[in-house]
Design a protein around this ligand. Structure first.
Ligand SMILES: *Cc1c(COP(=O)(O)O)cnc(C)c1O
Length: 910
């Protein structure tokens, strides 16, 4: 463990970047200092100063509360080292294990508990009804500093045995402290706001004040505005899932009618019964806790039902009575069989046409994720993407997309008959991977279409946010500038990895739904029309394409049809079972395509969707609404920890390193000059500014660990870690592996990873020491081959002219569907072995080689050839250097499957 410290960095009350673990650390430090003091007699001063640090923060948490803290202070000041150490240990353990949530004794010092057993005012009742989930309620009220204990007691007295949940109050007295509490304390689930509180806190909060100023929430910016409503608005921006209650002496009807009050769950007259507030709070949490589909499935499972439908496994009789497959039942347990059913009656709804609890569960997910509609999908985001393509793209429509996107998009276009207009992402050749698609390339493609008079054909822009390797788009800017060129363009953001981002205030503005919300709000603001008109005037009539390229375009808010879709693999970042996926819709014209979506559901969804998958989507939503904020903050903190530990470790960093934003994103796309989370001198505000302005940011939870410098290629290293150390990684590249921190990771995982990396590094050092000159030379050669002799990445070349019968002059789209189906006619196809001289001959002097199908090597996992694409030397070189085993669409023995150029026109479907 680190030494106890009074490091000023930790002392900063408003140091938000690494808050979940920082609190535990502070208590561990104090605990250790008190224990040392009790043992050695030294450490009274250190303990007192650590307690000062702690007290600055603890006002934002219900536990341990004022009276326990006061007892601890008394003991420290009275020099009772033993008693202080005992209490510090108790509190610290309770915080670490979270036992205070269920054990009333934790709220009292041991002596107090012995004298007066916990009474009605303590959370004793928490246990009367078995396990009751625990949360905290922020109470913003004037004079909280002095009346705090009163408020807490008053709220405890409202508890009833029949309450489904139990909560404690966290009283604060100012706007600033309220914001701090909401950021620092993930257990807060509801906020009650009494009128009459101040804006400024008496505490020193420099970082918070900068943040509030940048968000125009500082005292000066909101002077004159309604403070309670401004606070409600600010809290909603940070944690939209929280329930807010305003208690007022004014005309509550009038407040409730105010547009700014729309974020409030209830406005109450403050002299009304407090019990009313209590019931509202419980109901509000229950509204997130409820899982309509899962709740019903549990009930269904318990009913005695005879089944005469298919699915013999339902009810488990075919399993538990069998001599031969009983272990299946023993392994999975009875409930899964009781919960299996092919019925859509008996309270179970139909995923294909939901009207009951699936519909309700989807509506709740829409609320949680900031969408208008949600479709639950039980066949992965692969299917969600195909559904969007089918529902929105008609044959001949042009879709602008990243060639490196997941194959479901490419196949989706084949099925829908849309024409892909591939746009290249920036390459990261050194690491054999691609970044994301620059906005300039997207704008250029749109302006080229416009110049060709074909802009009306462009239906959708389809991008991956974030990419596999963690590049996050500036979703808002991309959409705004595209909408300035074509106001009814549809956006599909594949957020397969990024669903969790909704629950982080730093990441949310860069999600599809976060950006859509911001754009929708911007469209309402009269200043936006003015801004657009001012720019239009400045640009003049018919501005040149060059001028439009260099201008940050402002769309016309009166023209925009905001149509945003997001797909996410809920199973990849939240607690859903594998294949659980959601499709989010925020489309003002959804009514006009809703029927098409139903067709897409009917086309792609199984008629036997898995009940457990649907239930897990319902549950994943519940979890994120109630604890997603803290879980995501923890995942981010863990990622930052790993980044720091690896890159700063004296031995590990010799052989391994995790790439920072400066290595993953070229400087031209980091306009604020942001370099990395861990660059010395970089603070929280730089990070916020970068998230706000830069063209691309890096998702901190996705970490590219370079292992080529340790002499391992990605595949080898992944295997080594899995086989020898039971550590699993995500994907690999030639010289790196991808690590991902998740809502399930703990700090022990970090420790384990670092331990293993250290062990491997030491082994390399020992081998090098033993191997002498020759060994070192061999190692250096191996590293060089992995790190420098990397193949160039092949960009998309072009579609063969036969498949460009319907294409524009300036843009590269093609009729990929006809090319795809050409491959179904054997007489029109040929095979050429990859290494044959014929390949080189044809590259030189033709005839052109036209790929008959998708060729997708894993890694990197994107199609280096698509049907109808002309194969170039770049692609052949890459294929020949590629040393991966799994290449979809390529049989080495037969060779490349090509469409014969003389047959290429035979199967065009016009
Ligand atoms: C994994 C992934 C998909 C497919 O999602 P599944 O849930 O595995 O079907 C789609 N797009 C991207 C970017 C992905 O990473």
């Amino acid at each position: 463990m680190d030494k106890p410290t009074t490091d000023s960095r930790i002392k900063r009350v408003d140091h938000f970047f690494a808050f979940p673990g920082a609190r535990n650390d502070r208590w561990r430090y104090l605990n250790a200092a008190c224990a040392d003091w009790a043992r050695s007699g030294e450490g009274a001063a250190l303990s007192a100063s650590l307690l000062d640090d702690i007290e600055a923060y603890e006002g934002f948490f219900a536990y341990p509360g004022r009276s326990l803290l006061a007892t601890l202070r008394q003991r420290i000041e009275a020099g009772q080292s033993g008693a202080a150490a005992a209490l510090a240990q108790r509190i610290s353990e309770s915080i670490l294990t979270r036992s205070y949530k269920s054990d009333p004794a934790d709220w009292q010092s041991a002596e107090a508990a012995a004298e007066t057993p916990p009474d009605l005012n303590t959370p004793t009742l928490a246990r009367a009804g078995g396990h009751r989930p625990y949360f905290e309620v922020l109470v913003v009220a004037p004079g909280a500093a002095t009346r705090g204990e009163n408020i807490t007691q008053q709220m405890r007295r409202l508890r009833r045995t029949e309450d489904a949940f139990i909560y404690e109050a966290v009283p604060v007295g100012s706007f600033e402290e309220a914001i701090c509490a909401v950021i620092l304390n993930p257990a807060i689930s509801a906020v009650t706001i009494y009128e009459g509180f101040a804006h400024e806190s008496a505490a020193e909060l420099p970082v918070l004040r900068d943040f509030l100023a940048s968000a125009r929430l500082d005292a000066a910016s909101i002077a004159g505005a309604d403070l309670p409503l401004s606070l409600a608005d600010a809290i909603k921006r940070i944690r939209p899932e929280l329930d807010l209650y305003l208690l007022s002496d004014r005309h509550v009807e009038r407040i409730a009618g105010d547009a700014r009050a729309s974020g409030l769950r209830r406005v109450l007259y403050s002299v009304e019964e407090l019990l009313e507030l209590h019931l509202c709070i419980l109901e509000g949490v229950d509204d997130r806790f409820r899982t309509p589909f899962f709740d019903n499935l549990k009930k269904y499972a318990m009913r005695p039902i005879s089944t005469f439908h298919a699915l013999p496994i339902a009810r488990g009789k075919s399993v538990f009575k069998s001599d031969w497959i009983r272990d299946m039942g023993e392994f999975y347990g009875l409930n899964i069989f009781l919960a299996e059913s092919s019925a859509t009656t008996g309270g179970l709804d139909s995923l294909l046409e939901p009207t009951g609890n699936i519909k309700e569960a989807q509506d709740m997910a829409a609320r949680a994720f900031g969408a208008d509609h949600v479709f639950f999908v039980t066949n992965g985001t692969s299917t969600s993407n195909k559904m969007v393509h089918q529902a929105l793209v008609a044959p001949g429509d042009i879709v602008l997309l990243d060639r490196n996107c997941h194959k479901s998009h490419h196949y989706g276009l084949v099925l829908a008959g849309g024409q892909p207009l591939y746009i290249d992402a920036f390459p990261m050749t050194e690491y054999s991977m691609y970044g994301a698609v620059p906005l300039a390339s997207i704008k250029k493609a749109l302006l080229d279409l416009k110049a060709d008079g074909r802009l009306d054909r462009a239906k959708m822009v389809d991008l991956t946010n974030c990419t596999f390797d963690g590049h996050i788009y500036n979703t808002r800017r991309v959409m705004e500038e595209c909408l300035a060129i074509k106001p009814d363009l549809i956006f599909l953001w594949d957020e397969a990895w990024f669903g969790f981002a909704r629950w982080s205030p730093f990441l949310r503005p860069r999600t599809a739904m976060g950006a859509a919300e911001a754009i929708a709000a911007w469209m309402e603001d009269p200043a936006s029309v003015e801004a657009h008109e001012a720019q239009a005037k400045e640009l003049g009539k018919n501005p040149s394409a060059a001028k439009l390229m260099e201008t940050r375009l402002i769309p016309d808010p009166r023209q925009i049809r905001l149509r945003v879709y997001q797909t996410n693999s809920t199973h990849k970042s939240m607690s859903a079972l594998r294949q659980g996926s959601m499709l989010l819709v925020r489309d003002v014209d959804f009514a006009s395509v809703e029927a098409q979506f139903h067709e897409a559901v009917f086309t792609h969804a199984s008629t036997s969707p898995n009940q457990q998958l649907i239930a897990s989507l319902d549950i994943a939503r519940r979890q994120m609404e109630l604890e997603g904020y803290g879980l995501v903050a923890n995942a981010i903190e863990i990622a930052l920890d790993i980044r720091k530990e690896v890159n700063a470790h004296p031995v590990i960093s010799k052989y391994f390193r995790i790439l920072g934003a400066d290595q993953m994103i070229p400087a031209e796309y980091r306009q604020t000059g942001f370099t990395d989370f861990l660059t010395p001198g970089t603070d929280w505000e730089d990070q916020v500014r970068s998230m706000h302005e830069d063209e691309f940011c890096l998702d901190p939870t996705r970490m590219t660990l370079v292992c080529g410098t340790a002499g391992y290629d990605g595949t080898q290293f992944k295997k080594l870690m899995a086989d020898d150390y039971d550590i699993q990684f995500n994907k690999t590249s030639r010289n790196s592996v991808l690590l991902q921190s998740n809502i399930n990771n703990t700090r022990s995982d970090v420790a384990n990873l670092i331990r293993v990396l250290l062990e491997i590094s030491r082994k390399i050092e020992a081998d090098l020491a033993r191997g002498g000159e020759n060994g070192r030379a061999a190692f250096a050669a191996r590293v060089k081959s992995l790190m420098t002799d990397v193949p160039d990445l092949p960009n998309f070349s072009e579609f063969h002219e036969a498949f460009r019968w319907d294409a524009g002059k300036k843009t590269p789209e093609g009729d990929m569907r006809s090319a795809f189906y050409s491959a179904y006619y054997a007489e029109g196809c040929e095979y050429v072995p990859l290494d044959s001289p014929e390949v080189d001959k044809r590259l030189k002097s033709g005839p052109a080689m036209i790929s008959a199908n998708f060729v997708i090597p894993y890694p990197p996992g994107f199609p280096i050839m698509v049907p109808g694409q002309v194969i170039t030397k770049e692609t052949i070189d890459f294929m020949r250097k590629l040393d991966v085993k799994e290449i979809h669409g390529f049989e080495r023995a037969k060779g490349l499957k090509l469409i014969r150029p003389d047959h290429a026109k035979d199967h065009i479907r016009k």
